[in-house]
Write a protein that binds this ligand. Structure first.
Ligand code: MRU
Length: 339
């Protein structure tokens, strides 16, 4: 997608470095972060310089390719030990998104043969991600009627993938076709991926939208202000139960009550056939600071972290929830729409 008239992907690899858009600084500052080794790339995933299921999947694949480059001067035995350690470290960065585990294991298998194959495989994963998202846009667009008001949650746009996005890809396609659509963007506390990232993306693409507080969606549904909901997914269990950003479940419950279609858009790389149901999905718990503090621009145009809760209270911060498959109208994937 374009930023200031220049084409960007969210993450890419060049020689032995991985480059990524620094998402913690958006929408205030657009900066590219360069990671020069696999441990730095792990840290970038942990600290959410890069985030979103597809983007962290591709980044994890690149991290494994970096590890194979870093170890390439070692003896065969030490090379394999290094790769095994890297596999563990990369998989320990974030537990919920299926794409991270898919990409790490695919590149690991190739790295056991050669570093050249590892690099090729990592790039292939990134390319597949972008192509799948493009297709999701084409299929998802068919569900969108002119003048639709669409609600989404968190950021499942191009920043969460290599390009195009999952939930936002159909939105971009519909907008390109002049369907006069409108998007409700909920803020998505605690990290505000909706208010910060989705709103920034939609603004760049000239899609009409408004940011709403997280707790405003059910009210808008009750007022007939939402025609459909499209969210992304971090992991979809074999039975269709879907883990996505915390707050998705309550939107799905409200949508069912008001008879509003609730679609999940995700590439097939997010489906995990080895996890039977949503109960088996590991939910990441993140630092309580993400709830207690907010970071934004101060009056001097500097990023500042401030306390926004009662001092000395503790917080609990589960990063995802699981929406049972009964609440999901359909899945939009690169293979089509399944119900
Ligand atoms: O914690 P994040 O920002 O990595 O969360 C992932 C997400 O962006 C959302 O859950 C999204 O809807 C699915 S990922 C495309």
């Amino acid at each position: 997608m374009k930023v200031k008239n220049q084409n960007y992907q969210t993450v890419w690899m060049q020689a032995s470095s991985v480059f990524m858009i620094e998402q913690n600084l958006l929408p205030f500052e657009f900066k590219i972060f360069e990671s020069i080794n696999y441990l730095q790339t792990c840290q970038a995933i942990k600290t959410m310089i890069v985030r979103g299921a597809g983007a962290i999947g591709a980044t994890a694949g690149f991290a494994m390719a970096q590890a194979s480059i870093e170890a390439s001067n070692l003896s065969k035995e030490k090379y394999i030990l290094f790769l095994n350690k890297a596999l563990k470290n990369i998989e320990a960065t974030r537990p919920t998104a299926q794409n991270l585990f898919m990409a790490t294991s695919r590149v690991y298998k190739k790295a056991l043969i050669s570093r050249e194959l590892a690099i090729l495989e990592a790039q292939k994963i990134a390319d597949e991600d972008a192509m799948a998202c493009k297709k999701i846009g084409e299929f998802g667009n068919k569900l969108i009627k002119p003048n639709y008001k669409i609600a989404t949650h968190c950021n499942a746009g191009w920043l969460a993938f290599i390009d195009y996005g999952s939930a936002l890809s159909p939105v971009y396609e519909a907008n390109k076709q002049g369907k006069n659509i409108f998007v409700w963007v909920d803020e998505t506390r605690p990290r505000s991926q909706g208010a910060r990232l989705t709103a920034w993306e939609l603004k760049n693409e000239n899609v009409a939208h408004k940011i709403i507080a997280d707790n405003a969606t059910a009210h808008l549904m009750s007022q007939g202000q939402i025609d459909m909901i499209i969210t992304g997914a971090d992991r979809i269990a074999a039975n269709g139960d879907t883990a996505n950003k915390i707050g998705t479940l309550e939107k799905a419950i409200a949508a069912k009550y008001y008879g509003i279609p609730f679609y999940v858009a995700a590439p097939t790389s997010t489906f995990d056939k080895n996890t039977a149901t949503g109960k088996d999905i590991k939910i990441e718990e993140r630092s309580q600071d993400e709830v207690l503090y907010q970071t934004g621009l101060n009056k001097n145009n500097k990023l500042e972290k401030i306390l926004v809760a009662s001092p000395n209270s503790e917080a609990f911060n589960p990063a995802f929830d699981v929406t049972p498959v009964e609440l999901i109208t359909g899945f939009i994937t690169e293979e089509g729409i399944s119900r």
